[in-house]
Design a protein around this ligand. Sequence first.
Ligand code: ATP
Length: 217
Amino acid sequence: MRKRIAFYGGTFDPVHCGHITVAKRLLSLFELDDFVFLPAFHAPHKADKKPTSAYHRFAMLAMATAGLPNITISTLELDHAEKRYTIDTLPEIIELHADADIFFVMGADSWRDILTWREWEKVLLMTNHIVVTRPGYEISFGHVTEAVRSRIVDLRNSHESPTRTATNPALFITDAVSRDVSATEIRNDIREDDRLDRENDVPKEVAKYIEKYELYR
Ligand code: ATP
């Protein structure tokens, strides 16, 4: 049996309970062997906003995932210490895990903005993707090409198994997760009130870390 590994790219500034819920839920729903967080050195399409240092973001991810079996972190993008695009990283991942089926995970907001990704169609056709619903974002398909649309397996309100083997890579849409948390809101809250208001939005250890190092003030 081929292994099944998901990669979840993002800034994770900070990692929050929305991200963790996505990881746990997809791990079981897609019968994955591993779920890997892939923090970006600097999200290329968010070039206007400079994220918190990679060290802090990695440390928070490490604490949030320490007790979670099969949920790990890849430093593939951080190691390059420069802007990287998914079109550069994904072939490396596929080559490193030639014996596995790869699933690239994104939220509904990333899906909406996918046309801003470098060589987005190539990225979408290169491997399996999982698009996860997110409160406040409708999922539509009008912005992508027919080649991409023909790969869509919409699992919303469906009993179809996401583990079926397809000949071509598929683009799965799932509503298995619905958590209204965003890193921007967390950062804004802290900046405005000097403290983390919605403590349930981030794992406890992450909340303590943010407090200790006075992040986002
Ligand atoms: P920001 O508010 O700064 O954009 P974010 O909360 O979206 O941050 P990112 O690190 O940018 O966090 O997200 C990484 C990936 O996780 C993206 O693909 C994003 O769409 C997805 N994601 C983030 N939060 C959620 C959520 N609550 N539900 C589903 N997907 C999410």
